[in-house]
Design a protein around this ligand. Structure first.
Ligand code: ZN
Ligand code: ZN
Ligand code: FE
Length: 758
């Protein structure tokens, strides 16, 4: 006989861990108890040595689906003379520091019951259990307990209560437990918000979708706007009403078979799209006629997800309509936060949606769908949100309590506690009052439910970001302004558990530099505490500032002026011939006189400019559109490149000259070389340039670790080829796999820099 205590850390509360342990103990005939503690779960077991060993093995090998075990420690303990196995009720204090589970898709067991005519929850759209369902988005307060969730409004019926109290039930302490007798209900509303009396609102909604109507559908983390993806007229109407010209719409397909009909799915992508976290996965399109072209125009990919709420499954299974895919795009107007409240949805979306499929389970905190893709052999986040937040990033060492406020676009915030970095769900572009309010709410809510009072507040050095202003307004013992690209590299170091220093390649569109210029093509020698700017793209004027971001032709003119001077007017480039002469002259005059032309070293802008020079895009309707189109255009077989050079400035920094690249592009263009070939030669030039630069910097510094970060690494050619060439040169190369490489991952780096600075 033996007696052991086990201490288990990770996401082990609110995920059915104690009943799992209870049943496992019963199976092995062990006595003892299991209790929640402030950091996880504590188990005491008494029984035979063999059975205890098997019990421990099984906990580690097959924990409940939503559990994440970060650490198990087993120690011998004196016997307490237990005669049975019991679950110790949790105390308020113990549960306060629980790791909260993200929202998860309906599980297989619940799905079987959903479609079993004999089950009491047959076709009940809110079926869930401890292994699935809403979590983060319904929590108002801690500890995670029904009265502190938006399920508080529903009193469990005797049958549900019996399940809730039975340790042998899959619904033991499942806080959102509900059934048709006692739980939330679905209602169909018309565009004015009036109840449409329908026996089966979901069937009715499906029929309306089949008839080409636009529906606002309340989901887990907010509303979606849905239309039949096969109906070109409906998709066009949604684009017009949502005022979203070209940015791709996400799709939801009924099952994996339907995914395969519209997109190519590689073996490594299958577990991602079917995972209970249910992100949107970018998959290569198939040449198919079933999806309206306007869903993702001029794009090689579809963003596809599988149904994740019982309601989604029912919508695809009404018998009245069948869809290969539904467009399921965020329920918002242009860049406002996604709607979550029924009344708010009707108010804001009545000009877009013809009908609303709503329910009365409130969403407390909105959380957009996450977006991922497979690139360069690994899973990459484009947006880390519903299904992932608020699971922490596990750091390699403990840091003080910090709030990092992120940047301006694609904002997320980060809160730290010990060795946990909690990244928020996607907040969005913090540029409007609505988004700022959501930002503020998310900060306060996360601080509250994670029980964190920040000792340090970290923010971007950009003085005009609303996130910076928020940080400056708040009271805190210490504040740290972190340079944007330093934060990018620190984020990459943190998620890969590096101490540094490293050679940091920070490539993106925009980041405020310490000299006030717009940085974005930066080679840094960086640790957490400080960085040095080792090399960067030569400054080029951005004619009109932000206007040059939306109109890449302006950047193209600035690059041409830099490479050709006045002779650019003689170039017979198609772009120059097509441009309106007065606008062209205005912009050239701005460049010449240096009026309203902030200098930039951004690599993102160079990609934009080349896209314009190749007549791929003169203007954009969403961030990164031109650069993405340039990547899409590239001929994968081309191996040529353009020459690149740099020169040392007074401070010993290497300044990368852009003119030779631009001259190469223009010469090829005038010689009639295809845009596909030029695009790939340009990519190759950038890869070659930074590979050679890194090798030089290694000679100077002895550093052989490279960290790559910034939005430009969403470009798969850049990511893959730089990883390949640098690895071949003997570098250890790190990119992002746990947080986005774009500004959605920035707050993590800000927090790490702040921790090292104060
Ligand atoms: Zn379930
Ligand atoms: Zn019930
Ligand atoms: Fe950035």
């Amino acid at each position: 006989m033996a007696s052991k205590k086990l201490y288990i850390n990770g996401i082990v509360q609110g995920v059915g861990f104690r009943p799992f342990v209870f049943q496992l103990a019963a199976r092995y005939g062990l006595a003892g108890e299991v209790a929640n503690t402030s950091s996880g779960v504590r188990i005491h077991v008494e029984g035979t040595v063999d059975n205890i060993a098997a019990f421990c093995r099984e906990i580690a090998a097959a924990p409940p689906p939503l559990a994440v075990i970060t650490d198990i420690r087993a120690v011998d303990a004196p016997s307490a003379g237990h005669t049975a196995f019991t679950i110790v009720p949790s105390t308020e204090r113990a549960a306060a520091r629980t790791l909260i589970s993200p929202d998860m898709a309906v599980c297989g067991d619940c799905l079987r019951e959903l479609f079993d005519p004999g089950d009491r929850r047959y076709r009940y759209p809110f079926i869930n259990c401890t292994n699935c369902g809403p979590r983060y988005t319904i929590i108002e307060d801690i500890p995670y307990d029904r009265p502190k969730t938006s399920m508080a409004a529903f009193v469990m019926c005797p049958e549900c209560l019996a399940e809730y109290e039975d340790p042998a039930s899959r619904r033991f302490h499942a806080q959102p437990n509900a059934c048709p007798v006692c739980g939330p209900r679905v209602t169909l509303l018309d565009s004015a918000g009036t109840d449409v009396a329908a026996d089966d609102p979901i069937s009715c909604a499906a029929a309306l979708l089949a008839a080409g109507k636009i529906l606002a559908v309340k989901g887990l983390g907010g509303f979606h706007l849905a239309v039949d993806a096969g109906n070109a007229t409906a998709v066009a109407r949604l684009r017009a009403r949502k005022r979203r010209e070209e940015k791709p719409f996400a799709l939801m397909t009924p099952d994996l078979g339907a995914v395969r009909r519209i997109a190519r799915i590689r073996p490594e992508e299958e577990p991602v799209i079917t995972s209970p976290r249910r992100p949107i996965v970018l998959l290569e399109k198939r040449g198919t006629q079933t999806i309206a072209p306007a869903v993702a125009p001029q794009n090689r990919y579809f963003g596809v997800m599988l149904p994740y709420t019982p309601l989604h499954y029912l919508l695809f299974d009404t018998g009245t309509a069948s869809f290969t895919a539904l467009v399921m795009t965020s329920g918002n107007i242009s860049d406002a936060p996604i709607a979550i409240d029924n009344r708010e949805a009707v108010e804001h979306l009545s000009g877009i949606a013809d009908f609303f499929l709503v329910h009365d389970r409130d969403i407390y905190l909105r959380s957009d769908d996450a977006i991922v893709r497979h690139a360069a052999g690994r899973l990459r986040f484009i947006r880390r949100s519903r299904g992932f937040a608020p699971t922490p990033i596990f750091l390699h060492r403990a840091v003080p309590p910090i709030l990092a406020c992120g940047a301006g676009l694609k904002n997320t915030i980060c809160l730290t506690r010990d060795s946990h970095a909690f990244m928020s769900q996607h907040i969005g572009d913090v540029e409007t009052l609505e988004t700022y309010r959501f930002f503020d709410l998310t900060v306060r809510h996360l601080e509250h439910i994670l029980d964190i009072t920040p000792e340090i507040i970290a923010h971007d050095v950009h003085p005009d970001y609303l996130s910076t202003r928020y940080a400056l307004m708040r009271e805190a013992p210490a504040k740290v302004a972190v340079q944007h690209h330093h934060a990018h590299i620190a984020a990459c170091m943190a998620e890969n558990r590096l101490e540094g220093p490293v050679i940091g390649l920070a490539f993106d569109g925009t980041g405020y530099g310490t000299d006030g210029a717009v940085w974005g093509g930066e080679v840094l020698i960086a640790g957490y505490r400080s960085f040095e700017r080792a090399a960067h793209l030569a400054y080029t004027p951005m004619p009109g500032g932000d206007a040059a971001v939306r109109e890449p032709w302006r950047m193209a003119l600035a690059y041409l002026a830099g490479a050709f001077g006045d002779t650019l007017r003689q170039l017979k480039l198609p772009m120059l011939l097509k441009l309106e002469k007065t606008r062209m002259n205005t912009v050239l005059a701005m460049v010449q006189k240096g009026v309203n032309t902030p200098p930039t070293s951004s690599l993102g802008r160079l990609f934009d400019g080349v896209a314009a020079l190749l007549d791929i895009r003169y203007t954009t309707s969403f961030e990164g559109q031109a650069a993405m189109a340039l990547e899409t255009a590239a001929d994968p077989a081309e191996e040529g490149y353009y020459d690149t050079t740099w020169s040392d400035d007074a401070d010993g920094r290497r300044i990368i000259r852009i003119a030779p690249i631009v001259r190469g592009v223009v010469e090829d263009r005038l010689a009639g070389v295809s845009a596909a070939v030029i695009s790939r030669k340009f990519h190759n030039a950038v890869v070659r340039l930074f590979t050679v630069l890194c090798a030089e910097i290694r000679r100077d510094t002895g550093l052989s670790t490279v960290a790559m970060s910034g939005g430009a690494f969403q470009n798969a050619i850049l990511l893959k080829e730089l990883t390949r060439t640098l690895t071949r040169e003997g570098f250890t190369v790190w990119g992002h796999t746990r947080v986005p490489t774009n500004d959605g991952g920035l707050a993590l780096g800000q927090a790490m820099v702040a921790a090292a600075t104060v």
